[in-house]
Write a new protein. Sequence first.
Length: 168
Amino acid sequence: MELENLIIEDISRSHERDFFSCGIGNLDNYLKFDARRHHNDGINHTKILTQKGMKEIIGYFSCAAASVTSNFFQDKTLKKIRGYEIPCIKLTRFAIDRRYQGRGLGQYLLICALKHVCKVSENLGAAAVIIDAKNSSAKEFYIKNGFYELSDLCVYLPIREVRRSFKL
Ligand SMILES: CC(C)(COP(=O)(O)OP(=O)(O)OC[C@H]1O[C@@H](n2cnc3c(N)ncnc32)[C@H](O)[C@@H]1OP(=O)(O)O)[C@@H](O)C(=O)NCCC(=O)NCCS
């Protein structure tokens, strides 16, 4: 698959949601039954990874506003902000269809998601991206891709670190 054919776009009626299968039923069902409605209602914003001219969904991520108490963070700067909830952007859902897993597309989609988060945070106070990993294997994936442990299956990445790594 050519990287230049990949596109990321807002979820819409045109995407073929019925065949999506990532191996975690909750994530498949969310995409099939709730994601578009939540997107339209402003509850959870969903972006679809697909190919130009195709309806098939390769992967997707959703994100929403969130906050976490500062005590949980190991990060020097965030730890200093005692007594405040730290505003964050939460990647609430993240998945690649099984047929496309293991080809670097999860990493590609994560980079797209982080760039999206940086863009959103230009107009919104948000200090970190957080994710509640679905299981320890998913957590491994995020840790491997630069995230830090927050608690149990929850991981985070300071947005200033994301900006620095993308030179934004
Ligand atoms: C987790 C998931 C997104 C990874 O996507 P993917 O396309 O298979 O991953 P990639 O091919 O981009 O892998 C990128 C790197 O992460 C590693 N990796 C992938 N899945 C991993 C896992 N579960 N645990 C540890 N490392 C993992 C790969 O080995 C690769 O490392 P390398 O660059 O050193 O070779 C995908 O397997 C998935 O959708 N799983 C089911 C849903 C899920 O768990 N979503 C996360 C919910 S929080």
